[in-house]
Design a protein. Structure first.
Length: 243
């Protein structure tokens, strides 16, 4: 007499249970659903921003020495100070750099606004990860943005420990219109960049002479930064496997 056979759907494991969770269910990702084309597009743009940030951090010393106008046009405050210093010695390009730098500083703001519209606080949680320090900083920025709305954009331009990206994401989630968002961003960027140009103008010729004296060594600073970044990435990837 044969053993009784189980019947119904529980007789065999389903394809879904054998396959395990889908790739998009990874908790480090900002969505809680199967990603749409908009999700993929926005996430890709955030990846572009991350790569850009790495590249510009490596090249910043070299550009500061060889092409400060280019660096300033990208929205770098270091470049703006240097162009302001050159303006004090007769450089005529500072008005154009001011305009380009205003746009360069906020060139990625719309991506964070869009990400806030799509994912809201899920993205902030993904950014926070398991670091209590990062989570506290992100929560402070979130509370500030929710309290002060677009006025928080102006504070995000100041050198204070409030992650500007979090502020922009919160405003996107809160329903701030893109027109209002970008208008405030442009005004704040214009004023901030003008202040850094003025600071460079006030410093004047000494800043120019310092950059001319040390410009030949700044390429090696870029190389050193690249080496440190590569070693840091390698070390972080090595630690889990070593444990």
């Amino acid at each position: 007499m044969s053993d009784p056979q189980p019947d119904g759907p529980a007789a065999e494991p389903t394809t879904e249970s054998l396959a395990g969770p889908e790739w998009w269910e990874d908790p480090s990702l900002p969505w809680k659903h199967k990603p749409t084309p908009s999700d993929i597009a926005c996430f890709t743009w955030l990846g572009v921003v991350a790569v850009y940030s790495i590249v510009i951090n490596v090249l910043r010393p070299t550009l500061a020495g060889l092409a400060p106008h280019v660096l300033a046009s990208m929205g770098s405050w270091t470049g703006l100070v240097l162009v302001g210093a050159r303006a004090a010695t007769g450089d005529p390009w500072w008005p154009l750099v001011w305009i380009l730098g205003t746009l360069g500083l906020i060139k990625f703001d719309w991506i964070y606004w869009w990400a806030g519209r799509l994912w809201g606080r899920n993205l902030i949680d993904a950014w926070s990860g398991r670091s209590p320090r990062v989570r506290r900083a992100n929560e402070r920025a979130e509370r500030f943005a929710r309290k002060y709305d677009v006025l928080a954009i102006a504070v995000g331009f100041l050198p204070i420990p409030l992650p500007r990206g979090v502020i922009l994401v919160v405003l996107g989630e809160a329903g701030t219109s893109l027109r209002k968002f970008l208008t405030v961003s442009v005004i704040c960027s214009f004023i901030t960049n003008g202040a850094y140009l003025a600071l460079g103008y006030w410093i004047g010729e000494p800043a120019v002479k310092v950059m001319e004296a040390y410009g030949q060594y700044l390429v090696w600073v870029s190389v050193a930064i690249l080496v440190v970044m590569v070693v840091s990435i390698w070390w972080k990837q090595r630690k889990p496997s070593a444990g």
